[in-house]
Ligand binder design. Sequence first.
Ligand SMILES: Cc1cc2nc3c(=O)[nH]c(=O)nc-3n(C[C@H](O)[C@H](O)[C@H](O)COP(=O)(O)OP(=O)(O)OC[C@H]3O[C@@H](n4cnc5c(N)ncnc54)[C@H](O)[C@@H]3O)c2cc1C
Length: 379
Amino acid sequence: MYSFTPDPDQKKLRQEILEAVASLPGVYNGGTSGFDRERWTRLGAVGIPGLAIPEVYGGKGCNALSTTIALEALGYAHPDNGFNFSVAAHLLACVVPLWLYGSEELKTRYLPGLCNGSLIAANAMSEPSSGSDAFSMKTTAQTSDAGYSITGSKTFVSNGPIADVVLLYAATDPTQGFMGGISAFWVDRQFHTYARSEPLEKAGLHHSQLGSLFFEEMHIESKYMVGSEGRGAHLFNRSMEWERTCLGGLHIGNMHRLIDRCVRHLRAGFQQGWSREAHQMATYDLAIIQTQLEAVRLQAYVAAWKIDLGKPAGRESAMAKLAVSDLYQRATLRIANIYNECGVQDLDADQSVLDALSSTLYSGTSEMQKTIIAQSMGL
Ligand SMILES: Cc1cc2nc3c(=O)[nH]c(=O)nc-3n(C[C@H](O)[C@H](O)[C@H](O)COP(=O)(O)OP(=O)(O)OC[C@H]3O[C@@H](n4cnc5c(N)ncnc54)[C@H](O)[C@@H]3O)c2cc1C
């Protein structure tokens, strides 16, 4: 039975993250580029990049529910939403599938560094001509002496321009596509040669480095395959269940912080000169946002709980992702506007509006989440 109260370990974990973040040097969430590797290493020292990984591999040993709660604490306390997104993408779309499907050799070799902050991972699925329709990819992996030769390009790869390792999806049998034609490979920049772009400019998530990767007959040995040949689609879908569920914790934490700050400002009377009606409008809207935040948090927790039961959670994770990202965009915009209506500019709220923009795109667009939910209803 799922308990709606965080247990003592979860409370301790949350506290540990709040304290770790408080000890970091000042956080800046603006600007257009830049990546602070030192910050990543420091978060690695408290185990954040390896939250969900068993302790035997150097991780924190959290289940999906505790991982969501931990990321919520990070999203609340660490207002660099781009940086937080990068850490979560590394953990949920790369490290978790390596742990779940990788060979023992790959796991013992890579997981400790991925957990302690010394290695950064990227997940490369999307291509210039396939995003939502990801399994129609053009990147191919053809068998060649004791391994594969990979040719193709990937785009919108979070951490792509800075990653040490890449979980790369390629078609080993393009005629089969989703039905066993896609395989996953663990690419190590030390041993495998590929080109990468400069970070792309974007409106939000500034300190998350997004870029393209280019593979030209890149040779990779069979031992770097993650899972068996043709299992890539299954592996990707499982990793998306984790990402759609747990990454929402970051957004929930971000919204929670903005609500707390806005309430503090309103209570301190910064809206002086407002009419009674304007004040009431703002307080009602914050009440609705708070109500909806508590509802979507439960949706994320339930999806995480289902993952922890070892059951398929495609439907629940799609519902959580759809609901959290929708609220994230609406809540950040309304809170930023409350400040604007008071004649005050709040950089945290304004930047969060921009950071929330892409939340309905990554890990599958909202239309794709609706498709999954509708299919689960028999539609
Ligand atoms: C900040 C950010 C980070 C990202 N990080 C990564 C990453 O680390 N790795 C990675 O591989 N990818 C990543 N992506 C890519 C992301 O997964 C894709 O952008 C997403 O899957 C959508 O693909 P697309 O952009 O090609 O849009 P398209 O698939 O071309 O879709 C365009 C529009 O059409 C709609 N649409 C498409 N097909 C259908 C359909 N069948 N029914 C109804 N509507 C449809 C979509 O919902 C969307 O509104 C990232 C994207 C962003 C914005």
